[in-house]
Design a protein around this ligand. Structure first.
Ligand code: C2E
Ligand code: MG
Ligand code: MG
Ligand code: MG
Length: 284
């Protein structure tokens, strides 16, 4: 086919396209395999209370370390899983594992799991969540589900109905990466989210941009009026922390406090935190 096109440039381009397509197909096959073997890992990133500094929850973040290519970014393999019909299976697997892991943590620490909007289209989400709760034995109110603003891509009514059902179970629903998507303040009229996670891009600029600071303050105001906690994600500096706390954010997350860590390391962090708390209350 390339030969018939005559020009060398087009020919080269075509070959490159083929290579890219082939590469993608290979990655897809490997992803299918690793999912079948339950081989996608979870890292956990702590979220702290702005008031007490204690860890109140940990966000589960998917990790795939490819044997030859090394770590592959979750943005990449999650969208690949979405495109090739693997996201339901992967999503279910990760949710169940996250609940099992959380079972070993102190009772007041919640686990946050990211959901793909596509997981609302199978009609099985509620059943899957219920099963993950049952088999892990953790209380529903220890689970937070993070959905993005791109949430409602199809089946608006069905998606909001399922959000209501999740909430009825006692699950917390968070809106993630707030403020950057095609968002919509009208979501807040339709559904009482438990928390809003302000996107990292506003956190990055809070010290330098008047607009970013005003946006954070507006979201905090919205949160206060609607009884929603406000989480700032991606905090990297002490200055950002200070400004976000001063703006009234209720929860903090970012490399400044901790990078995503293994389940094991998180378990140790939580144990030490428990000891510190116990020691502090003894001393008091
Ligand atoms: P997200 O849910 O908004 O997660 C936050 C991302 O920011 C994570 O990237 C986290 O590692 C990173 N991060 C946290 N603090 C900092 C910081 O201080 N500085 C910087 N530079 N980055 C920080 P990660 O793990 O690469 O995940 C990227 C995105 O992939 C997530 O964004 C989420 O949308 C998606 N994702 C990850 N795991 C899952 C999953 O299990 N299911 C679904 N559906 N999506 C997932
Ligand atoms: Mg998230
Ligand atoms: Mg986020
Ligand atoms: Mg984000």
């Amino acid at each position: 086919r390339a030969k018939q096109m005559g020009k060398g440039k087009a020919c080269f381009f075509d070959a490159e396209m083929d290579a890219a397509a082939q590469d993608r197909r290979m990655l897809e096959t490997e992803l299918r395999e690793v999912i079948e073997n339950d081989g996608i890992d979870l890292a956990y990133q702590p979220v702290l209370s702005a008031k007490t500094g204690q860890i109140t929850s940990a966000e589960a973040l998917a990790r795939w370390t490819h044997p030859d290519r090394g770590p592959i970014r979750p943005d990449i393999f999650i969208s690949l899983a979405e495109e090739c019909g693997l996201i339901d299976r992967l999503g279910e697997q990760l949710l169940r594992r996250a609940c099992r892991d959380a079972q070993g943590w102190p009772d007041h620490v919640r686990v946050a799991v990211n959901l793909s909007p596509l997981q609302f289209l199978s009609g099985k989400l509620i059943e899957i969540v219920q099963q993950a709760l049952d088999e892990s034995g953790i209380r529903a109110d220890r689970v937070q589900l993070e959905v993005t603003e791109g949430l409602v891509i199809r089946d608006v009514e069905g998606t909001f109905r399922q959000l209501e059902q999740l909430r009825t179970l006692g699950i917390q629903v968070l809106i993630d990466d707030f403020g950057v998507g095609y968002s919509s303040l009208s979501y807040f009229q339709r559904f009482p989210f438990d928390k809003v996670k302000i996107d990292k891009s506003f956190v990055d600029e809070i010290g330098t941009s008047r607009a970013a600071k005003a946006i954070v303050e507006a979201v905090v105001g919205l949160g206060a009026a609607l009884y929603m906690g406000v989480v700032a994600e991606g905090i990297e500096t002490e200055e950002q922390r200070h400004l976000l706390v001063a703006s009234g954010c209720t929860h903090l997350q970012g490399y400044l406090f901790s990078r995503p860590v293994t389940a094991n390391t998180l378990g140790k962090m939580l144990m030490t935190q428990g000891n510190l708390e116990a020691m502090a209350s003894k001393a008091a």
